[in-house]
Design a protein around this ligand. Structure first.
Ligand SMILES: [Zn+2]
Length: 339
């Protein structure tokens, strides 16, 4: 089976496309290289359930109001399902709660999202700087980065409520006249919720995206994390539930058929990156110096930050597997090498 895309063109920002009975696909803009996020509105008769809510910036608040008054027919949003804690997905969760919606999330995703939204930082602290130095960030980029105000969730996310309703593995929810089973993945974000309907729809968030791979990154919040192992475990686990006729509704890009081949590609992409690193790491390298081996291309400055944290995820994977050693050099940079 091949991957196929039933809609060539996504709905314009702020408009909707029906992708299944009672399931609307909406797009909202993002101020970055990946310039959009997908949101889904599920028709529950007298109200809506939203799957994610976009990032709070620019004209998106006005766009939401236009969608609510127009395609959503002025019916209330009664529930917001949060796939994961990243700011491009939770930006308006708190705003909808203020209008009366109930917020559903995995516990880890909620706690992380709320913690990071409350934790506004005016400047980089020593813990963050030392993290990027250890990762071998290019000196000029590190120097430039620490002059700027850090990226703050609070700038892009409406304040989140104190409380939420928990989503758990294998829980069944009724949305848009169907039963959906919650399956939790990891790797792109901890405890990432996905929703699998009894008639072959999968709301996959960023756990499965077509044509681009989800960022698998290590961050200062958990410097020794092994998200690549988490990711591969999740991809393998989801293979057991993949069927050819499922329509996958992802958090970015466009809906597609072909979950099974897509999961295989995701696994193989990382496994071949690990193989290239095993070759490169016969000689000692910093993580920053390994990026070309990981990505098979030169990394531009605009994508350097995300690429570095993903290269680090691959280093940590080999380190946890006992395949490489990690030594802190005198200049505060980790050097990695095959045993
Ligand atoms: Zn995303």
């Amino acid at each position: 089976m091949k991957i196929s895309y039933p809609w060539d063109t996504p709905p314009e920002n702020g408009t909707v496309q029906e992708v299944a009975d009672g399931v609307l696909w909406l797009r909202l803009p993002l101020p970055m290289a990946l310039d959009h996020v997908n949101v889904y509105a599920l028709d529950d008769g007298d109200s809506w359930t939203l799957i994610d809510t976009g990032m709070k910036w620019g004209k998106v608040p006005a766009m939401w109001q236009t969608v609510l008054d127009g395609p959503l027919n002025g019916k209330p949003v009664a529930r917001v399902m949060s796939t994961h804690h990243h700011p491009d997905h939770i930006g308006f969760n708190g705003w909808f709660v203020e209008q009366g919606a109930e917020l559903f999330s995995t516990r880890t995703a909620f706690v992380l999202g709320r913690m990071l939204t409350l934790d506004a930082q005016e400047a980089y602290n020593e813990e963050q700087i030392s993290f990027y130095r250890r990762a071998g960030m290019r000196a000029d980029l590190l120097a430039a980065r620490i002059k700027d105000r850090p990226f703050n969730f609070a700038d892009m996310v409406h304040p989140l409520p104190l409380g939420f309703t928990r989503l758990s593995q294998d829980q069944v929810l009724r949305m848009a006249g169907r039963d959906w089973t919650v399956r939790i993945g990891n790797g792109h974000a901890p405890a990432h919720a996905t929703f699998w309907s009894d008639d072959g729809l999968v709301l996959s968030g960023d756990q499965v995206i077509p044509s681009i791979s989800s960022n698998i990154g290590v961050y200062p919040t958990e410097p020794d994390a092994n998200p690549l192992d988490d990711w591969l475990v999740s991809c393998h686990a989801f293979q057991d539930f993949a069927q050819d006729d499922q329509l996958i509704l992802p958090g970015h890009k466009v809906p597609f058929y072909g979950l099974r081949p897509r999961l295989r590609q995701l696994i193989e992409n990382h496994e071949s990156a690990l193989d290239r690193m095993r070759v490169a790491l016969k000689a000692p390298h910093t993580c920053g110096d390994l990026m070309e081996a990981v990505f098979k291309r030169t990394i531009k400055d605009g994508e350097y930050g995300l690429a570095l944290v993903e290269a680090l995820a691959h280093c940590n994977y080999l380190w946890h597997a006992g395949e490489v050693t990690r030594t802190l050099r005198d200049d505060g940079v980790y050097v990695w090498q095959m045993r």
